[in-house]
Design a protein around this ligand. Structure first.
Ligand code: DGL
Length: 273
């Protein structure tokens, strides 16, 4: 940043493998209405959830690097898979930039809902394989039992807008019935896309299971970090946001509305190296 703008006027960078991270941006916009956001969806390389940890880390560092070159003041890793495998690489590559992921806040939220467990986590194959949620939960509460289940079809269902009805329910039963048989007290929606299917998941899980969405607590974490670092944006100038995608900008604008609640306008196409 230059001229009369201070660091606090810089945008918050958010990245995800695609559009799902807009659920996190939605929570951030609600909590921090005065902040500017620049959102990058790596739509050309989605999904991250089925790729190896090395590949996801490389992609994540490239995506974050692009945002850093745009002068962000804080990075939000909205993608659970990238949070699970790339957080150390991101913190190292861009230090001292503050980096907030979704898994730590998700673990806090899960334990707030169910301090003694058992806790079930549903996520992508990559997040489940990395063991990121059980590690984060058990680092905070070693005796809590955590079970995990990958739900890969939830991502395309959410992107197609098939978030309720018979198809969504059949798929959800297939994934959730074995997990629910273990009687979890809380179910973590450990993937950006799953909050879109919250209605269906909640219907199948029933009222005795607390659904945990890390977006809200991640937004709280960001707000606290900005306040602690003296980086909250003041003034009354309207914030203005930017949306970047690595492919299919038109689809981003259309499907993004499912996740953001409003239509993301003026999506700019970018190339990551
Ligand atoms: N953003 C990913 C996540 O939260 C889901 C989509 C993907 O597999 O890339 O894990």
């Amino acid at each position: 940043m230059s001229g009369s703008f201070g660091k606090e006027d810089a945008p918050i960078g958010i990245f995800d493998s695609g559009m799902g991270g807009l659920t996190v941006m939605r929570a951030l916009m609600a909590r921090l209405p005065n902040e500017r956001f620049v959102y990058l969806g790596d739509t050309a390389r989605l999904p991250y959830g089925t790729k190896s940890a090395d590949t996801v880390s490389r992609y994540a560092v490239q995506a974050a690097g692009h945002l850093v070159r745009r002068g962000i003041k804080l990075l939000v890793v909205a993608c659970n898979t990238a949070s699970g495998v790339a957080l150390p690489a991101l913190e190292k590559a861009f230090a001292p930039l503050p980096v907030v992921d979704v898994i730590g806040p998700g673990a806090d939220a899960a334990l707030a809902a169910s301090p003694k467990g058992p806790i079930a986590v549903i996520a992508t194959e990559g997040t489940v394989k990395a063991g990121a949620y059980p590690r984060a939960i058990q680092a905070r509460a070693p005796d809590v039992e955590v079970m995990s289940q990958a739900c890969p079809l939830f991502v395309p269902l959410a992107e197609e807008g098939l978030i309720d009805g018979v198809i969504a329910e059949l798929v959800a039963h297939r994934y959730l019935d074995p997990v629910l048989a273990q009687k979890p007290e809380a179910l973590v929606l450990g993937c950006t896309h799953y909050p879109a299917l919250k209605g269906t998941i909640g219907k199948i899980a029933g009222p005795g299971v607390a659904l945990v969405d890390s977006a809200e607590i991640a937004a709280r974490t960001v707000a606290k970090r900005l306040a602690d670092d003296g980086l909250l944006r003041g003034g009354t100038a309207p914030p203005g946001h930017a949306f970047l995608a690595t492919d299919a900008a038109e689809r981003f604008a259309r499907v993004g509305e499912i996740f953001l609640g409003i239509k993301p306008d003026a999506v700019e196409l970018v190339d990551l190296q």
